[in-house]
Design a protein around this ligand. Structure first.
Ligand code: FAD
Length: 255
């Protein structure tokens, strides 16, 4: 259940080990906020092409039936399985923080220094959620590099040092022998530019209202994402036609 990063990675790994898999997600395709619609469609299609049974539906209940489990979908249909994996999102454990009187709201609320509502308590990683000075709550990041970066920020803040500057957020994920990488944010409004390879969408770039790159995602495009991240961090203006042209080396645009 769940065809996001965790569900897709596990399905692909289990398939390689010989398992028979049904992948269920209420959204088709999943991961649009992370990689944009074109790459999300291509990635989701890969499951079916490799022999995974893909269902779009909302799992309403999981019940044990002898040695089996039965997943009942909201439309009344049922899927039987001897093993069920729920990859449907993580819930931050805020119990300890709340018991200490810290402000929490789907995460332990922190400022730009990773400081909680108590001046001597800091929080980092998946469980921390930034609250801007105007009260806006940002989306929690659940990525390895973010956990490391926020740790470095908290350490600098505790030591009274200048805060480190981190680049645009970056993530990677592997499935079916391909690597998905993304940098920045692909979730906002703007112009989505697609770069194709062999007739398939290979990279997607989101340009904001000022024509600056807000996010990038790519399939087997590590160099592209690295260059895009430089473009995002340095706020270099980019021409969408050059971005879409696979003959243009993105590293040149990042200089
Ligand atoms: C299956 C899976 C695959 C992933 N793949 C990727 C990936 O490919 N790329 C990527 O960037 N990210 C990936 N992630 C996300 C990444 O693992 C997390 O973003 C990262 O581990 C967050 O680090 P953290 O230190 O905030 O939390 P965690 O790594 O979860 O560490 C928190 C630690 O705190 C401990 N703890 C909890 N409560 C208490 C307590 N009260 N007292 C003391 N200790 C406590 C926990 O036991 C745990 O050891 C994946 C996550 C999962 C679950």
């Amino acid at each position: 259940m769940g065809a996001g990063l965790i569900g897709a990675e596990t399905a692909s790994a289990a398939l390689a080990l010989g398992a028979e898999i049904t992948l269920i997600d209420p959204v088709n395709p999943p991961l649009v906020p992370a990689v944009g619609p074109a790459l999300a469609r291509r990635l989701h299609r890969m499951h079916g092409e490799r022999g995974i049974r893909v269902l779009t539906g909302f799992p309403a209940a999981v019940t044990a039936e002898g040695q089996e489990h039965c997943i009942t979908l909201a439309d009344g249909s049922a899927v039987h399985a001897d093993l069920v994996l729920a990859g449907i999102g993580a819930v931050p454990e805020t119990g300890l923080a709340a018991a200490a009187g810290l402000d929490t709201d789907n995460g332990i609320l922190v400022d730009g220094h990773q400081r909680t509502s108590h001046p001597k308590i800091y929080a980092v990683g998946d469980a921390a959620r930034v609250r801007l000075p105007d009260g806006t709550l940002l989306r929690r990041a659940e990525h390895w590099e973010h956990a490391r970066n926020t740790g470095a920020t908290a350490a600098a803040a505790l030591l009274g040092q200048e805060l480190p500057v981190h680049g645009a957020p970056w993530f990677w994920s592997d499935r079916h022998g391909v690597r998905v990488e993304g940098a920045g944010s692909m979730a906002g409004a703007g112009l989505m530019v697609i770069r194709e390879k062999d007739g398939l969408p290979a990279a997607a770039f989101l340009l904001d209202e000022y024509g600056r790159m807000a996010g990038c995602a790519a399939i087997d495009g590590g160099f592209t994402v690295r260059a895009a991240r430089r473009i995002i961090d340095r706020r270099i203006p980019v021409d969408p036609t050059l971005l879409a042209d696979p003959a243009v080396d993105l590293r040149k645009l990042a200089r």
